[in-house]
Ligand binder design. Structure first.
Ligand code: BDR
Ligand code: CA
Length: 311
């Protein structure tokens, strides 16, 4: 039986690659894609998710639009990284498949109530607004979630959108706090991991060498996406953040981490959105997350390229 997942996302080139990896993998059944405002506003993220489904030939996957901004703050976006559309780098047609009429938060609540308890894993790869809103509106669904595998936060790498905070957590820290305190088993893929999976020229060439529309799009996206991080970090390429969540579901042995306590800073003068990760076990607070710290980057790219070749 494939693992049932819901991908909650703000595409974003790296979100798009995560969606493709999931759709290419028979071990996973994508029940739906819920969109949130993040890298770009909601109108674009909910468009982009459908562009990606059509690229994968999967118009059967339902796509829902969710929250258009954080629970209690103004939206911060990241066009400076992802471009104006969020999917700059590949020229793809406007989608023809419709958005579902239901709000993403309603879909999350209805699905978690309808499916057997403990069988649906949530994969949030954007700000946590949709997930936290669903938990706040329908607390009965919290204990029905099998696990949450999310991209967000950092410990050793500290921050990317501010010196202290990673983008997904920074955009909606109140939502992140609800999720991290929910009691649902969490797997956290922080910048400490994603900054180790860089898109080197050889890895991008391997995407292009697939010779398919999917390979061309992923090569184009990663070419575009990396210019920002190469300039910022002086690195060989850009981190492909979000696909690490799907890769963990497929091949957890590629990753290593620790069960630790992670709290979210919501009131910091300079540190709002920081993931206060007790990596060294000094707080005495109970563990609430498997916080990943390392990854076999060659293994990750081999898996990703092999799966993209199936689309
Ligand atoms: C995260 O922020 C977004 O820009 C990416 O899509 C990823 O989810 C990395 O900080
Ligand atoms: Ca994202």
């Amino acid at each position: 039986m494939p693992q049932k997942i819901i991908i909650d996302t703000d595409p974003g080139q790296d979100d798009a690659v995560a969606i493709l990896l999931a759709l290419a993998s028979p071990e996973l059944e994508v029940l739906g894609i819920t969109c949130v405002a993040g890298n770009v506003p909601l109108a674009r993220t909910s468009r982009n998710a459908r562009v990606v489904c059509e690229l994968a030939g999967r118009v059967d996957v339902p796509v829902y639009a969710g929250c258009d901004g954080p629970m209690r703050r103004s939206l911060v976006t990241a066009e400076h990284v992802h471009g104006k559309t969020g999917l700059d780098g590949a020229d793809l047609p406007d989608p023809t498949m419709p958005l579902q009429p239901t709000h993403a938060v309603e879909f999350l609540i209805d699905t978690l109530r309808a499916e057997p308890a403990g069988t649906v894993t949530l994969v949030p790869i954007g700000p946590l607004t949709n997930i936290a809103s669903a938990f706040e509106r329908a607390p009965d669904i919290i204990s029905r979630v099998q696990r949450i595998v999310l991209m967000g936060g950092a410990y050793f790498e500290v921050g990317n959108i501010t010196p202290a905070a990673e983008f997904n957590i920074y955009v909606d820290p109140e939502a992140a706090e609800i999720v991290f305190r929910s009691g649902v088993p969490l797997v956290v893929v922080p910048l400490d991991v994603t900054h180790k999976v860089l898109t080197t020229p050889a890895r991008i060439d391997a995407f292009r060498a697939l010779g398919t529309p999917v390979g061309d799009a992923v090569a184009g996206w990663t070419d575009f996406f990396e210019r920002f991080d190469m300039a910022k970090y002086g690195s060989d390429g850009a981190p492909l953040h979000d696909p690490c969540t799907i890769a963990w579901l497929l091949r957890p042995a590629l990753f290593a981490g620790r069960e630790i306590n992670v709290e979210i800073e919501t009131e910091g003068r300079f540190t709002t959105g920081m993931t206060v990760a007790d990596w060294w076990g000094v707080s005495g607070r109970a563990a609430n997350a498997l916080f990943l710290g390392n990854v076999d980057a060659d293994g990750f790219y081999a898996l990703l390229t092999e799966r993209l070749a199936r689309l």
